[in-house]
Design a protein around this ligand. Structure first.
Ligand SMILES: Nc1nc2c(c(=O)[nH]1)N[C@H]1C(S)=C(S)[C@@H](COP(=O)(O)OP(=O)(O)OC[C@H]3O[C@@H](n4cnc5c(=O)[nH]c(N)nc54)[C@H](O)[C@@H]3O)O[C@H]1N2
Ligand SMILES: Nc1nc2c(c(=O)[nH]1)N[C@H]1C(S)=C(S)[C@@H](COP(=O)(O)OP(=O)(O)OC[C@H]3O[C@@H](n4cnc5c(=O)[nH]c(N)nc54)[C@H](O)[C@@H]3O)O[C@H]1N2
Ligand SMILES: [Mo]
Length: 698
């Protein structure tokens, strides 16, 4: 099958080793968006400069970039470099993510850059760094999943969120692998599993400690492995001693019989994997929760064994590469720390600047947004590839903060809800219109190829950053050519943790991608990590004692239920792209909240009625989707919509102390019926369209 956008050559899936030619519904429909009438094709500026309520008008690049540079210069004078902030995304290519990080440090001199990966991968990344000394989503190729005889999947629903990866899970299931899925909903992934554990949201850490407690008592500890390859086990053993199975059952709602069965399946299988995703990680204790599952994996001796280990299932297209090359507040390219003098010296040399010119660490995504307009905070913000008004927690507060900016510039393909609030909007190229590399969840660096030029008038982000740098007097440090940028990235990453020094576009082509670390052109790359040693100073993995903490919000009389949020198969992220795809719209245009029929009956809610969800932060309206697959005390809302059906009007912005991840997956909620099946949801606009149709109407 081939996918043909109107303006493009046919795009054919190739027989790539990770997805083996498979595309999900969003992949098949993505070409529709290349030529969509909503596509931004010219910069937009306000008719009244400085008044973000005045309409947009089309502008030249000259004018738009001029306004941005004026705003930056003004802010630099008034507030110094930290007054300008950059917000990036895990969908950017490695080249663009690298360039954005360098732009912040070299062109602006600001410590304030962070990205949407803080909402995505940061908890698992932080835990993996602590435990293994390295953060690569999977320390083995995805195809290894098919050969694992047991898999514990915690808060992960690949059947809907990674359909092309599901073939490896299905292959394992077909030959009798035991799959245990931990999810408060009977998700599409849970449906085909051996065992489904349905805990209360936010109790995954206690569950892991309970499993480890049982494993120790049952004699499943791999004592030789723990002695030879790890440190810190005694403290963990002492910590889990108090997590008796019935105590865990009371807290999580998972029966002691199911807890024991889970341990038995994992401990007796010849190979076993423990995989977490956002269901376990997007909590105010997400880092410790991921750590608790790592502790379990280490106790069973899994990491480094064939077809075994711990991994996290990365989300966005370049979720992995996007966090390796400097988009993060505390980071320099190659996954180096910005507060490490040796790292600063190395990167400054590659960049041709003095190490003292490099700013220090900034703050995380949510903190950056929270501090907008404050002393020492950000006054001018540049957003690339994120729709924060829809995807950040507590969006009413986020909107409020964005309103406090002196100036907001957003680069996007479409006028997102966030772009709609900007002073200047820049149209950008999308995936099929540019060259670059991405690094997938396996740590495999792959190429993205240009198959058609961007629409007339559209520039890609690399070019825009180079042009802005030029106007700021720093043009000599920047290139707009992806290959040149990649060559520099290789040098900047050399010797770092995520070492790309030996990876070239040619090798990527010849080898179907190259796994980092790959320190030299004749190095084969590293598909599997940890066989001999971990990336810590002493080569041992670290057990770390972690204890359950209740979520920041517990159900009470006013907000009696638990709200969790996540994804449906047909929509992608903030929906800025998929809400516009005709084929997906037909199948899932109506935002629905899942609730149990018993809960619905108690509240007088019928199928397809309109339901209002209310939390301490806001309200949102969804259509009722009654399903006995969800816990009766829990409701599930997808976050793909803005407007009146915005799940993030509800969510809790409490941050994990280590990763700064918000608690997207648990808060207290009140539920009531506000309309019947025939009613239309009030004011649920589709994605905003430009007030001005640049291509057709001009
Ligand atoms: N269709 C689609 N696919 C996507 C995306 C998309 O938007 N749409 N986004 C991509 C991105 S960026 C990401 S990060 C991945 C995310 O991929 P996943 O992590 O698989 O997706 P989620 O739906 O966020 O969460 C997974 C499951 O966690 C469950 N869950 C909720 N709360 C809890 C809890 O407290 N504990 C446990 N154990 N489970 C819980 C939910 O019911 C859900 O089924 O998907 C990627 N793929
Ligand atoms: N309640 C709740 N909220 C969540 C989550 C949840 O589970 N529950 N999950 C969180 C997670 S895991 C994630 S990853 C975030 C994602 O949330 P966002 O960061 O908002 O991600 P997207 O919707 O993918 O936004 C990407 C935007 O960039 C544009 N874009 C695409 N490619 C490019 C490009 O190359 N350049 C530029 N300039 N723009 C581009 C797209 O059109 C889109 O508007 O949401 C988080 N928010
Ligand atoms: Mo994500």
């Amino acid at each position: 099958m081939r996918v043909a956008p109107p303006r493009a050559p046919l795009i054919e899936p190739t027989d790539f080793p990770t997805n083996r030619g498979g595309l999900c519904a969003k992949g098949w429909s993505a070409p529709e968006l290349l030529d969509h009438p909503d596509r931004l094709t010219t910069p937009l500026v306000r008719t009244e400069q400085g008044d973000r309520s005045s309409p947009f008008r089309a502008a030249t690049w000259e004018e738009a970039l001029g306004l941005i540079v004026d705003a930056i210069r003004r802010s630099l004078r008034e507030h110094g470099p930290p007054g300008v902030g950059c917000f990036g995304g895990g969908g950017l290519t490695n080249e663009k993510a690298y360039q954005f990080g360098k732009f912040a440090r070299v062109a602006l001199g600001t410590p304030h850059i962070d990205y949407n990966g803080r909402f995505c991968m940061s908890s698992a990344a932080t835990a993996a760094n602590r435990a293994f000394g390295i953060d690569r989503g999977l320390p083995f190729p995805l195809a290894d999943v098919a050969d694992a005889r047991a898999v514990l999947l915690v808060g992960s629903n690949p059947a809907d969120t990674m359909p092309p990866a599901m073939q490896y899970f299905d292959a394992g299931r077909a030959v009798g692998a035991a799959h245990i899925v931990v999810d408060p909903r009977r998700s599409a992934t849970a449906r085909g599993s051996t065992l489904h554990l349905q805990p209360t949201p936010g109790t995954d850490l206690a569950l892991a400690n309970g499993l480890l407690h049982i494993a120790i008592r049952a004699g499943n500890l791999d004592e030789a492995y723990v002695a030879d390859r790890t440190t810190g086990f005694d403290a963990v053993r002492a910590g889990v001693a108090a997590w008796w199975p019935d105590r865990v059952e009371r807290l999580t709602g998972v029966s002691t019989a199911d807890l024991r069965r889970t341990v038995e399946l994992l401990a007796t299988a010849p190979s076993a994997m423990i995989l977490t995703a956002r269901g376990a990680e997007q909590h105010a204790n997400g880092t410790d929760t991921a750590q608790a599952y790592i502790n379990l994996a280490l106790a069973l001796g899994l990491p480094g064994r064939p077809y075994s280990g711990y991994g996290t299932i990365t989300g966005q297209g370049n979720g992995q590469g996007g966090r390796e090359h400097g988009q993060k507040a505390d980071q320099l390219p190659g996954y180096r720390r910005i507060d490490d003098p040796a790292a600063r010296a190395h990167v400054a040399r590659v960049w041709g600047i003095d190490p003292d010119e490099l700013p220090g660490p900034g703050v995380s995504a949510m903190e950056l947004l929270n501090r907008i307009g404050t002393d020492g905070g950000v006054h001018v913000l540049l957003v690339l590839a994120s729709n924060i008004v829809v995807s950040a927690p507590d969006r009413n507060r986020v909107r409020d903060r964005l309103a406090a900016l002196d100036f907001l510039a957003v680069s996007d393909i479409f006028l997102s809800e966030t772009a709609a609030l900007a002073d200047v909007v820049l149209p950008t190229a999308q995936w099929a219109e540019e060259e670059g590399t991405m690094t997938n969840l396996e740590g495999r660096v792959i190429r993205r190829r240009q198959v058609l030029p961007p629409p007339a008038g559209v520039l890609d982000d690399l070019t825009v950053l180079a042009l802005l740098a030029d106007r700021l007097g720093r043009g000599r440090y920047f290139s707009a050519d992806p290959r040149t940028v990649f060559e520099e990235l290789r040098r900047a990453s050399a010797g770092g943790i995520a070492d790309y020094a030996g990876i070239s576009y040619e090798r990527i082509d010849a080898e179907d991608g190259v796994f980092w670390p790959c320190p030299a052109p004749d190095h084969p790359g590293t598909p599997r990590l940890f066989a001999e040693r971990f990336a810590t100073a002493d080569g041992r993995a670290r057990f770390i004692r972690v204890d359950h903490r209740d979520p920041a919000e517990q159900p009470d009389a006013e907000y009696p239920y638990v709200l969790t949020t996540g994804r449906i198969m047909q929509q992608y992220q903030s929906g800025n792209q998929t809400r516009r795809a005709r084929s997906l719209k037909l199948s899932a245009d109506d935002p629905r909240v899942e609730l149990h029929p018993d809960l619905a009956r108690r509240l007088g809610i019928g199928a397809a009625d309109l339901v209002e969800l209310r939390t301490r932060r806001g309200t949102a309206v969804f259509r009722a989707d009654l399903t006995d697959g969800i816990r009766p005390d829990t409701v599930f809302a997808p976050f793909h919509w803005g407007g009146a059906a915005s799940a993030n009007a509800l969510t809790d912005p409490t941050l994990d102390p280590h990763s700064r991840m918000p608690a997207f997956k648990v808060c207290a909620v009140a539920v009531r019926r506000v309309g019947d099946a025939a009613d239309q949801p009030a004011a649920r606009p589709p994605a905003p369209s430009p007030t001005l149709r640049s291509r057709k109407d001009d």
